[in-house]
Write a protein that binds this ligand. Structure first.
Ligand code: CP
Ligand code: NVA
Length: 306
């Protein structure tokens, strides 16, 4: 049966652990020049309806490193931008390619694509989820802290795609997760419902970043206004400014030696200070690098017969 990566809610803890294990192996293979060409002769179609630097480059480079070919389709320049139904795009691409990565707005569009495609579909970010990014985050935390279970992950900021995926991914891996966001900017209700079902890890949602960050091993933030929310930027600034920022003072309340992660791009002086960003730059850019390895793991498992 065809398998997709649409959102972390669809995965078990075992699935996530398997991806992270293969990702570590991919990283090792690449650093040691060991062959890992499991996508030889295969093609990944990459559909982008929003901007990207990391996702585009890491998927394209990752496919190439595994012996395959990636092609870029922008929403605007393809027939998707002229209204060709997702269901038809899915059936056409399935006849040429071996996998589809899509970055778009609605999660329903990705689910629709996967319903009609006969090849694996990978979510490269929607308004609801950013599963590839959070797999890279979990990989980076596990690399540095040697485990995930029992650690406390704290997210400060907008209850957006990153918050949604971090809550699900963190809890599924046995991490306690705390989120601080302003009223009106909560994570998705489906994610909050999922959190209520978790019994072996703790989830807290609060308004006060100081409360959320207490004793955290990993502190994560993201932009106040995501792609597609440009018109709300001013209103959002008023809701977040002065409170929802990862700064040195806030970091004092985290566990000593706590990591900081940011999916990037970062807005220094808004959700994170330049001081905290630069103090944790190695971890943040390792996280960016790990997109490559984590996605290679996903592609090898879904498309490579691994
Ligand atoms: N973090 C992330 O997904 O980056 P891009 O938007 O550059 O792909
Ligand atoms: N929440 C951000 C993540 C960017 C990688 C956005 O959706 O724009």
């Amino acid at each position: 049966m065809k398998k997709d990566l649409l959102k972390l809610l669809d995965l078990t803890r075992e699935d996530i652990t398997k991806i992270l294990d293969v990702a570590d192996q991919m990283k090792y293979n690449q650093k040691h020049g060991l062959p890992h060409d499991c996508l030889k002769g295969k093609t990944l179609a990459m559909i982008f309806e929003k901007n990207s630097t990391r996702t585009r480059v890491s998927f394209e480079v990752g496919t190439y490193q595994m012996g395959g070919h990636a092609l870029f389709l922008s929403g605007k320049e393809s027939q998707i931008g002229r209204g060709e139904p997702i269901a038809d795009t899915a059936r056409v691409l399935s006849r040429y390619c071996d996998g589809i990565m899509i970055r778009t707005y609605g999660q329903d569009e990705v689910e629709e694509l996967a319903k009609y495609a006969t090849i694996p579909v990978i979510n490269g970010l929607t308004d609801f989820a950013h599963p590839c990014q959070v797999l890279a985050d979990l990989m980076t935390v596990r690399e540095k802290m040697t485990r995930l279970e029992g650690l406390k992950l704290c997210f400060i900021g907008d209850g957006n795609n990153m918050a949604n995926s971090l809550i699900v991914g963190g809890l599924k891996c046995g991490m306690d997760v705390s989120v601080a966001c302003p009223e009106g900017y909560d994570p998705d209700p489906k994610v909050l419902d999922f959190a209520k079902t978790v019994t072996d890890a703790k989830f807290t949602l609060c308004r006060d970043p100081k409360e959320a960050v207490a004793g955290a091993d990993v502190v994560i933030t993201d932009v106040w206004a995501s792609m597609g929310q440009e018109e709300e930027a001013q209103k959002r600034r008023l809701a977040f400014e002065g409170v929802y920022q990862v700064n040195a003072e806030l970091m004092k309340l985290a566990h000593p030696g706590a990591m900081v992660q940011h999916c990037l791009p970062a807005h220094r002086g808004e959700e994170i200070t330049a001081e905290v960003f630069e103090a944790h730059a190695d971890e943040i850019f390792e996280e960016a690098e790990n997109r490559l390895h984590a996605q290679k793991a996903v592609m090898s498992l879904l498309m490579g017969g691994n």
